[in-house]
Ligand binder design. Structure first.
Ligand code: PEP
Ligand code: MN
Length: 375
């Protein structure tokens, strides 16, 4: 590897400092967040999760280099705002991917770290541009790149003047179909043997499935990784991209709680930020749930009014339908270990307000009709 003039191994490993966070030091740096930025709420919740877990850096793609041109391509500038706001709320640093010169220009002064994705690892013009800025670059290993090619891609950034490169192993394409890619953990050791740059691991894009993320993350730390980049989403089932590999908030926090012992066993350190619920955090959670309840009730009332438009005034109350709904909800409540008594108390009221609003609406419509007919 003669051409690793700047990235080749030297006596001292390099560390990268960003606003008080050191990548490549003793501490394992956890980075997390959704694959793609989707909304302000999604980013706030993700940032909360990352913070709770003891993560230092919030991720979220606003420019998504997707395999299919018909897949979601990212929210662009609007998404960048959500990422920045959420990171600020939780006092986290943030990272996002750039795909070309315009996207780099848009984010360069706003985010703390810039990611160059696997699909752009050998986009040499982009690498050269990344070399001209003064921000750390996470350089992902290409889908089918050898370690040598990956290090030479890093060399492009270094040779253009930016010494702050963080290598990221994210799985490579092999003949094995049971995972999205094959996480090449030997690459961590090999890259560190050949280069002084910090190396982090992204188990999410390697595995493509959330059940493997916990063990792969621990294995990555044991293999010498300086940090982890993990996808998490407040509701993975609804994620616009990479839902199946995204951890739920609970899984992300649980994993973080288990990383400390692994880090310690290889003379590294990681502190999970989660110290258990406090009265304040529990009340915040309740406030959020209450807000959803009211919003959903408002939605329900609107639909109920539309249903009213389809009924005759003397048939507004439909007791058969009410009984059916009640039965179903009592059953659901029992399944979810919620007392059915709550449903039995609340729902008659909800039905009653619905019926009242349908009647009021109908009477108002009739009046309007009469008024118009007599004009
Ligand atoms: C990503 O991190 O969202 C991403 C697209 O990763 P990769 O470039 O490794 O596929
Ligand atoms: Mn992704």
């Amino acid at each position: 590897m003669n051409d690793l003039r700047l990235g080749g191994l030297i006596a001292e490993r390099s560390t990268i400092e960003v606003k008080g966070v050191t990548i490549g030091g003793k501490e394992i740096i956890l980075m997390g967040g959704p694959c793609a930025v989707e909304s302000s709420l999604q980013m706030s919740l993700s940032a909360e999760t990352v913070k709770k877990a003891g993560g230092k850096i919030l991720r979220g793609g606003v420019f998504k280099p997707r395999t299919s041109p018909y897949s979601f391509q990212g929210l662009g500038q609007e998404g960048l705002g959500y990422l920045l706001q959420a990171a600020k709320e939780q006092d986290l640093l943030c990272v996002t991917e750039v795909i070309d010169a315009p996207s780099l220009e848009l984010v360069v002064d706003k985010v703390d770290i810039i990611q160059i994705g696997a699909r752009n690892m050998q986009n040499f013009e982009l690498l050269k541009l990344a070399g001209k800025i003064n921000k750390p670059i996470i350089l992902k290993r290409g889908l089918s790149a050898t370690i040598g090619e990956w290090l030479l891609a890093a060399e492009y950034i270094l040779a253009s003047g930016n010494p702050q490169v963080i290598l990221c192993e994210r799985g490579i394409r092999t003949f094995e179909p049971s995972t999205r890619n094959t996480l090449d953990l030997s690459a961590v050791g090999v890259a560190k043997e050949l280069s002084h740059l910090p190396v982090i691991v992204d188990p999410s894009h390697a595995a493509g499935r959330r059940d493997l993320i916990s063990s792969l993350s621990k294995a990555a730390i044991a293999a010498g990784a300086d940090g982890l980049l993990i996808e998490t989403h407040p509701n993975p089932a609804e994620a616009v991209s990479d839902g199946p590999q995204s951890l739920t908030p609970e899984q992300f926090i649980q994993l973080a709680g288990e990383l400390g012992v692994v880090a310690k066993s290889v003379k590294r350190a990681f502190t999970c930020g989660w110290k258990g619920d406090t009265l304040e955090t529990l009340r915040t959670q309740i406030d959020r749930v209450d807000q959803s309840i009211i919003e959903l009730l408002a939605d329900r009332m609107q639909i109920v009014r539309k249903v009213g438009d389809q009924k005759r005034l003397d048939r507004v109350k439909d007791t058969v339908r009410e009984k059916e709904v009640m039965l179903r909800l009592v059953h659901l409540a029992t399944e979810r270990e919620l007392s059915p008594e709550i449903v039995k108390k609340i729902y008659p009221l909800i039905f009653e307000f619905g019926v009242q609003s349908q009647i009021k609406n109908k009477l108002a419509q009739d009046k309007e009709f009469e008024h118009r007919s007599f004009q």
